[in-house]
Design a protein around this ligand. Structure first.
Ligand SMILES: Cc1ncc(COP(=O)(O)O)c(C=O)c1O
Length: 392
């Protein structure tokens, strides 16, 4: 394993002094450079005015796009800033001009909010949502996906890492199927960004959404949308405004040619700048190194949990990430979470809305979620397990 300077990571993370933060799939602790950039920008706005700061910090604000492009291996004009992954996913999804009878293929890992949007369009437009079955390990079944392709399929949706478990879906395999069939591919990489390398060319996705506050360690209220240039030209946002489509006269506008056609002018510029800093920070650690470190910690936690009587791990798929979910025969997840919180250990439970399709299929009781990041330590894992043993 590549040496990882955990001490430095912890020195630069104020929040890890008082807590064991195992809620990184909810929102991770921002590192000092990110938090400081955010506070400084807000202070400057307070002292000089929002528009004035925006003008003089234009280059740094613009840096967000270059940083995101580097993170995803695309070009800066294929990136739009969004205030959440939901907003980014919806912007992409609702831009498709679906017709009655069109089919959308989706995975059982889709996030609750995306499911609502899918059901909404099915109801409104008469499109058909086809759920691609999982293979026996619980990840998307590539053969079934291939066999479901026909002329009516207009979009393939996949969540790479669902929020309710360790599953990493074979997103690049899905990309190959989508490319061969010439069908647009929308990837929800919300839990993957900042946790592992996410390269849009390798994954073969045409659209990708992500959020800032999770494994990227950015501020809340931030996210991004990637749109492949070839598709961008064809995709008209469902809603326009005078930033997405500048006015040419009182009678006409021109849609922007870049992904900013999915943006609004007003947003938290402080948060946009800080998200750029968070991306730089993640890139400086290296996504391969981060992925290796979080998997090492999560594997150690899984092994220890497997040795506790009455604890059932619920990971699906072949490859497992930093999100560890389980239930206990002794205590419901909500009580466990509350008890752990009293001991300064942050975890979360998995709501039904996180993965509704797979939750209905798997029938698990409520799950406790311990999601780890690289600034967590082996000692924290041991402490977590010891506290858990006392509670059970
Ligand atoms: C897999 C996945 N997709 C999408 C989202 C939505 O992200 P946001 O809350 O930033 O809209 C989440 C949030 O938990 C998620 O886990």
């Amino acid at each position: 394993m590549v040496a990882f300077d955990v001490e430095q990571a912890r020195r630069e993370t104020r929040g890890c002094v008082e807590h064991i933060h195992f809620n990184n799939a909810g929102a991770s602790l921002p590192p000092m450079p990110v938090a400081n950039a955010l506070y400084a920008y807000l202070r400057e706005e307070e002292e000089h005015g929002g528009y004035e700061v925006m003008a003089r910090r234009a280059a740094e604000l613009d840096h967000f796009y270059t940083a995101a492009a580097k993170l995803l291996n695309c070009s800066a004009d294929e990136i739009a800033f969004a205030d959440s992954a939901t907003r980014a996913w919806n912007a992409a999804f609702y831009a498709f001009d679906f017709q009655p009878g069109d089919r959308i293929l989706a995975s059982s890992a889709e996030y609750g909010s995306s499911l609502v949007a899918l059901l909404h369009q099915a109801k409104r437009l008469g499109v058909e949502i086809s759920w691609v079955p999982d293979d026996p390990t619980g990840q998307i079944d590539i053969n079934s996906l291939e066999s479901q392709i026909d002329r009516r399929v207009k979009l393939i949706c996949l969540t790479q890492v669902p929020s309710g478990g360790g599953l990493i879906n074979p997103a690049a395999e899905v990309g190959k199927v989508a490319k061969t069939a010439g069908i647009p591919y929308l990837l929800d990489a919300c839990q993957a960004l900042g946790q592992m390398p996410v390269d849009v060319d390798h994954l073969g996705c045409d659209l990708l959404c992500g959020t800032g506050r999770k494994f990227l360690r950015g501020p809340r209220g931030t996210g991004l949308l990637y749109v492949r240039k070839k598709l961008l030209e064809k995709l008209e946002p469902n809603q326009l405004n005078h930033y997405a489509a500048p006015l040419l006269s009182a009678k006409s506008y021109q849609l922007r040619s870049d992904a900013k056609r999915f943006e609004c002018w007003e947003r938290s510029y402080a948060a946009q700048l800080a998200l750029g800093v968070a991306i730089d920070y993640a890139l400086a650690w290296g996504l391969e190194a981060i992925s290796e470190r979080v998997r090492f910690l999560a594997t150690s936690l899984r092994q220890k949990l497997a040795g506790i009587d009455g604890v059932t791990l619920t990971d699906q798929g072949l490859e497992h990430c930093a999100i560890v979910t389980f239930f206990s025969a002794q205590l419901p997840a909500k009580q466990l979470q509350q008890q752990l919180a009293l001991r300064q250990i942050n975890t979360s439970t998995v709501p039904f809305s996180a993965n509704p399709v797979s939750s209905e299929k798997l029938h698990h009781p409520a799950l406790l979620r311990a999601s780890l990041h690289y600034y967590n330590t082996v000692e924290e894992v041991e402490c977590f397990v010891a506290e858990l043993k006392q509670l059970l």
